[in-house]
Design a protein around this ligand. Structure first.
Ligand SMILES: [Zn+2]
Ligand SMILES: [Zn+2]
Length: 261
């Protein structure tokens, strides 16, 4: 586990107060740099996720300008901010942002946040269509399950005991095989209230030849950037080594990978 954690050079799934994060972009960036990362990818939500203040196309374009200024200030430090999004995978499998804008982003995480109870056939078709979209790089928290763990009062809707949510149902063999075929990565989500994919699915994914992974915090506050060990421990248990983990690559190699499919 320590070996895997030491190999990680960045985090590809982080929210700011541009959407439903608690902390400003600059604070998240400073904290990621202080953790020893080489880069952080900002992945705020897409428009349809209105409860999370998802970014419209014009707001996302403005965020890209903000990132450019932050990067200008970071010049020479060796740390950089990469642009990105956590884009909703809509029920028909299309992505909830303008394709031209998605194409401009460095890293695109695609996640299912709505209609998690679609039947297995429809959910599988939805995920396969998203994975075939050349703009998608990483499939976020694939089952959508929620564990009854309190992470931060600001993000549990103020409830002392958050509700459990069952994993959605899909053909995991087909989804993982498609991800490998398209050269995409499956996220190992480090949030204590997600830990997604569950262990049985993570073991299944680990057995798929050529399939890559991204160990991401999905941090919504500065302190949550330190959650990577949760995912590293689970990846190590499943037998996943750093050579299969996209955020163990340098920023340049990561960008070459996202530009390659
Ligand atoms: Zn999400
Ligand atoms: Zn997220």
């Amino acid at each position: 586990m320590e070996e895997l954690r030491a190999a990680l050079r960045g985090d590809c799934h982080v929210h700011t107060d541009w959407s439903d994060g608690a902390d400003p972009l600059e604070a998240m960036v400073a904290a990621a740099a202080a953790l020893g990362h080489d880069y952080v990818v900002l992945t705020d939500h897409s428009p349809r996720l209105t409860i999370a203040n998802g970014l419209s196309a014009p707001r996302l374009a403005r965020q890209l300008d903000a990132v450019a200024s932050v990067n200008a200030a970071l010049a020479g430090t060796g740390f950089r901010v990469l642009t990105g999004i956590e884009v909703d995978i809509l029920p028909d499998g299309t992505l909830d942002q303008e394709p031209g804008l998605l194409k401009r982003l460095d890293v695109v995480v695609g996640s299912v946040h709505s209609e998690l109870k679609l039947d297995r056939t429809k959910m599988t078709r939805r995920m396969l269509r998203a994975l075939a979209d050349p703009n998608l790089d990483i499939l976020g928290h694939c089952t959508g399950r929620k564990l009854p763990v309190v992470t931060d009062a600001r993000h549990s809707g103020g409830r002392a005991t958050p509700r459990r949510r069952a994993p959605s149902s899909f053909d995991a063999d087909a989804v993982f095989a498609a991800a490998a075929d398209h050269g995409k990565a499956i996220e190992i989500n480090c949030r204590p209230d997600r830990l997604d994919p569950p262990s049985n699915l993570l073991r299944k994914a680990a057995r798929v030849d050529g399939l890559r992974f991204a160990i991401n915090t999905d941090a919504h506050a500065v302190a949550q950037l330190d959650w990577l060990p949760n995912g590293c421990a689970r990846a190590a248990t499943a037998g996943i080594t750093a050579d299969r983990v996209v955020n163990a690559m340098s920023a340049d190699d990561l960008l070459a990978w996202t530009g390659s499919h």
